[in-house]
Design a protein around this ligand. Structure first.
Ligand code: DGL
Length: 269
């Protein structure tokens, strides 16, 4: 049975979810975390709904073995395809990255025109459209898949002219539709924020889903009376499903520091 001292469980298809860990740590420095990056099966962004649901179920079971008090799906593709599936099959509190971004966009947009960018899977799933519709929102959504952004970030080319050229091409429909708000609907995109801002111009606000889900997680724990007690010494553990070397090397860019303490696990057993 989870207690206030239990960890928050976080999973992602690989490394990008560390942008969420970074924000969770900022918002709740005393909370312990267990992070699972499914590096053996990344990327999820071009896989089918069934496959992503299967992987997400295995990831959730792994985190539940660590007696986590809350599960954060730190992956937009897994949230798009599997969040309602997981909520149906597990009684545990589960937070995805889509809803908090949608709520913030609804609050911030002045013109009612919002752009959403993400992987092919996230955009194809229409999860964002459905989330706006659940709020009976009249907002006009312009969704655009930007699949090359993930490898650009992992190559470390965020400030390279190649990133700007690709961003100009991908983001043109958002400029054409005159959106005033863009939701960064993929774990990797916060690292491309300055390039995206350069293309969209100063009047367009960018919503970082990682920050929004961290605030939502803090509120959820407070409501459940499960926030870590004052003075609690946090423990952060990182697990990956492939060998940790590559993860460890790239992690600093996403997390702002070396994770340390990374172990390999097999979540299929
Ligand atoms: N984590 C994924 C997402 O946020 C991006 C990487 C992948 O395709 O697995 O959609």
């Amino acid at each position: 049975m989870p207690t206030p001292g239990s960890a928050i469980g976080v999973f992602d298809s690989g490394i990008g979810g560390l942008t969420v860990v970074r924000e969770l740590t900022r918002a709740m420095p005393s909370e312990s975390l267990v992070y699972l990056g499914d590096t053996a099966r990344v990327p999820y962004g071009n896989k089918s709904r069934e496959t992503v649901q299967k992987f997400s179920t295995e990831n959730t079971l792994f985190l539940l073995h660590h007696d986590v008090k809350l599960i954060v799906i730190a992956c937009h593709t897994a949230t798009s395809f599997a969040s309602s599936f997981l909520e149906k099959h597990f009684r545990h509190p589960i937070l995805g990255v889509i809803e908090p971004g949608v709520e913030t966009a609804m609050r911030l947009t002045r013109t009612g025109r919002v752009g959403v960018i993400g992987t092919h899977a996230t955009i194809g799933s229409k999860a964002y459209r459905h989330a706006f519709a659940r709020h009976h929102s009249k907002i006009k959504v312009t969704p655009v898949a930007c699949p090359l952004f993930v490898p650009i970030v992992e190559e470390g080319w965020v400030d390279d002219p190649v990133a700007l050229t690709i961003a100009q091409k991908y983001l043109k429909p958002l400029l054409d539709d005159k959106v005033d708000t863009v939701i960064l609907g993929c774990t990797h995109y916060p690292l491309l924020k300055s390039t995206i801002a350069k293309v969209m111009g100063p009047r367009v606000q960018l919503i970082d889903s990682a920050q929004q889900v961290a605030l939502k997680a803090r509120e959820t724990l407070r409501k459940m009376d499960l926030s870590a007690p004052r003075g609690h010494k946090p423990v952060r553990r990182f697990f990956v499903t492939d060998e940790p070397k590559h993860f460890d090397r790239l992690a600093r860019r996403f997390l702002g520091q070396r994770p340390g303490n990374v172990s390999r696990v097999d979540v299929t057993r």
